[in-house]
Design a protein around this ligand. Sequence first.
Ligand code: HAM
Length: 400
Amino acid sequence: MIGKPRGTRDFLPSDMKKRRKVESVMRNVFEKYGYEEVSTPTIENLELFTLKSGEQIMDEIYAFEDKSGRKIALRPELTAPVIRMYVEKLQMETKPLKFYYFGNCFRYDRPQKGRYREFWQFGCELIGTNRPEAIAELIAMAYDILKTIGLRNVVVRVGNLDILRRFLSTMGANDAEMMRLIDKKDFESIERRLGKEEFEKFMEFIETKNIDELEFEEANRMKEILSFLEEFSVPFNLDLSIARGLDYYIGTVFEIDAPKLGAEKQLCGGGEYNLITILGGRHVPTSGFAIGFDRALLALEMEGYTFEDENDIVYIAHMNMPREAIKVARMLRKEGIKAEMDLMARNIKKSLDYANRKGISKVVIIAPDEWERGEVIIKDMKSGEQKNVGINELFNRLQP
Ligand code: HAM
């Protein structure tokens, strides 16, 4: 038997039903905010990700040479691809541009619950504005999506890399290595690096709960963003220790957690970033976020969210009358009703057993005498009630 690659998953019909349901809710929220869907290739030139995504991503990237020796990567995320597309095709478009996407991503991570080598991201990019109200709306939308799918317990943390970097420069410690240690919350190494006294100052800084306590010039814009976030009624915590794992971030950054998920609690991450000029485009401000779709589903399950499990298909049982069954199935499908007919030449009793096991609530039975009179039998599996109806009335009788 051949298994599947480590860190990948199969999705059974029952999984896909849940995933499609949550996907459609998320999609609707993005569209309510005026975002439009885009899609980019699963593979990209490796260079797209090596330019600015940072060391951490590089360790995790799936890369290979194609038959012509080109260096190709499976996408580890979608921000760089979307910005590549923007630079190639959309620079002249009226701003702001608001794009959302839903796609699989690949990272050579150590697999565990909530961490996979193939996972799905639902994300978006906002191109052409960095007004405080724009950044606040972006964060509010991420929060709205997670609440709308039914999560009760999510925590929004907002930070700012300009402020963090400005603070680190006062200690001569504003560099990529330090950002990496902060992102990993490796406080031991940070203390070793800064020394005891500076480390205490650092800890005091990242524990700042109120933006008004900060005197940096960069804090003024942050204050405005946070006050707009209040306007959107989004509860949040200031968290100046957010460093983000990707190197392209600047300014406002944010993360949303589902505390119940433990180590892999981060459901969403994003913020302002600069990639356009690195990819050869003319500078305009950009920001965005991505929700870990698989983790959002795990979080729903952890909260005990119950997905409705009703099978709304109509099952057509027949007494060895496949041609009549085909007629009825075609008629129902044409009216937009989901219909499946017995394909195994079962008798009526076995057909009803099947419908029961599948959780089907409506069965149409085709029998010779009734058919002669232009009738079929409808059986409600929940009540057990059974009625003869004219074939022409069938559609009306099956309406919910
Ligand atoms: P990221 O924080 O690397 O950001 O990923 C976003 C989300 O994807 C994470 O918060 C997490 O929920 C999920 N995720 C990441 N790795 C895995 C994994 N191995 N298994 C399952 N879920 C995972 C980005 O990717 C940025 N492109 C977000 C962004 C968009 N920033 C600006 N625009």
